[in-house]
Design a protein around this ligand. Structure first.
Ligand code: AMP
Length: 402
């Protein structure tokens, strides 16, 4: 089945056309600066042909019109008409407590998504515009929503509840939701295949990229996860602070004379690797700075390694044991020094890994075992593929609905 995967942001729209028969990407591209001026870059994978243009994109519907043109173009396109695309799968950041699985779009589902707007205003607004854009140009094509939060809906109450008055949960739905669910779902499922079973497995999945989250997956279901009400919580990230003492927020607002929007922006965009190192939000820049003797860059990396180690230990305690640790996403797949920082010292849990293999392991090499034969805990690098999960979920739901 040809499935178009759409990831709509506030001023951007990424797309990938999948052939789910073999999981291959047929074409992909990006519309940028939507609502400002507009630009599209598009690539047809088989021929390598590329196309880019600056085009007026007042909204996501206009952007989708150009996506249709690019996909059906006689030179760099890949389908004769949009009828050859049988379904659209949308990445949706926040499904609140309404969605515990991917859903076929209908009026009821769209109304529930509207209710999630309050939880992630920028993201949800953009997703709805992306959906409207697709409905405008492909009105008869089924659309499926795939939620970053859905896989985490199995968390028990004690894992998702914050110690604030219960009425706030009832009134404002304040609780832990967790994000990167499609990635945690994909790599934990791959890991259970390696372990040869789902029931009885205890896995910690470490999705480490610009945004990072760590999950405890027991019996194939999420027991706990590091991100919270928003994707700001958990471990240190590229520019996000992760967990800090909540009292720091009013303290900083006072000292730096910031309002709520400004402090939210600050904690999301000026902290993490960037804030601690003063150098960059990118791991590769930090490694270069460390090689040049920058102590703050080293602290930024040490901090993340230490936090991952603490999560692994606490999740092993929460699950009552540990069978496997999985590293994925940009840093998890490619940055050996972070994996080393996280794993060193976990011998007491039965973790033993091959330092040489770790050094030589990159996402492009595919699934790689880092643990030694004697290790009681399997340690793996498994490249994530969130778009493929969206495409396969979409295919399954559309087929089931026919
Ligand atoms: P992501 O958000 O998953 O794209 O991850 C981005 C992070 O991964 C950045 O901090 C990058 O520095 C880091 N990274 C390290 N090595 C690589 C690599 N070879 N390719 C992509 N990202 C990398």
């Amino acid at each position: 089945m040809n499935v178009l995967v759409v990831n709509a942001g506030s001023s951007s729209l990424k797309y990938q056309l999948f052939d789910t028969a073999n999981g291959s990407v047929v074409a992909k591209g990006l519309c940028e600066r939507i609502g400002i001026d507009g630009a599209i870059t598009h690539k047809q994978l088989a021929s390598g042909k590329e196309y880019s243009a600056q085009l007026p994109m007042p909204n996501h519907t206009a952007a989708m019109t150009y996506v249709v043109e690019a996909l059906t173009n006689a030179d760099h396109g890949c389908v004769k008409s949009m009828d050859e695309i049988e379904a659209v799968g949308h990445r949706i950041v926040h499904g609140g407590a309404y969605f515990s699985e991917s859903m076929l779009l209908n009026k009821d589902v769209l109304a529930k998504l509207e209710l999630c707007r309050d939880l992630a205003p920028l993201h949800t607004g953009a997703h709805i515009q992306g959906i409207e854009g697709c409905l405008a140009v492909m009105p008869n094509t089924p659309q499926v929503l795939v939620f970053d939060t859905a896989f985490h809906q199995t968390m028990p109450k004690e894992a998702y509840t914050y110690a604030i008055p219960t009425e706030l949960y009832e009134k404002y739905a304040i609780r832990r939701y967790g994000f990167h669910g499609t990635s945690h779902s994909y790599v934990s499922a791959e890991m259970t295949k390696i372990l040869g079973k789902v029931e009885g497995t205890k896995i910690v999945t470490c999705h480490l990229g610009n945004g990072s989250s760590i999950s405890a997956v027991k019996d194939g279901k999420v027991l706990d996860t590091s991100m919270g009400f928003t994707p700001l919580a958990g471990v240190e990230m590229g520019t996000r602070c992760g967990d800090i003492d909540p009292a720091i927020v009013p303290f900083l607002m006072d000292k730096l004379n910031m309002n709520t929007t400004q402090i939210n922006d600050y904690l999301n965009k000026k902290c993490g690797f960037l804030g601690v190192s003063g150098v960059s939000s990118d791991c590769r820049d930090l490694e270069a700075a460390i090689a040049a003797g920058n102590e703050n860059a080293k602290l930024a990396m040490d901090l993340l390694g230490y936090q991952i180690k603490k999560y692994i230990g606490s999740y092993a305690a929460a699950m009552g044991g540990l069978d496997a640790i999985v590293f994925t996403a940009g840093i998890g797949e490619n940055t050996a020094s972070i994996r080393k920082r996280a794993l060193d010292g976990l011998e007491f849990l039965g973790v033993e890994y091959d330092a040489d293999v770790n050094e030589k392991t990159f996402g492009r090499n595919g699934v790689t075992e880092l643990s030694t034969k004697n290790s009681k805990v399997k340690v793996y690098m498994i490249p994530t593929n969130e778009e493929l999960v969206i495409a396969s979920d979409t295919e399954a739901i559309v087929k089931a609905s026919k």
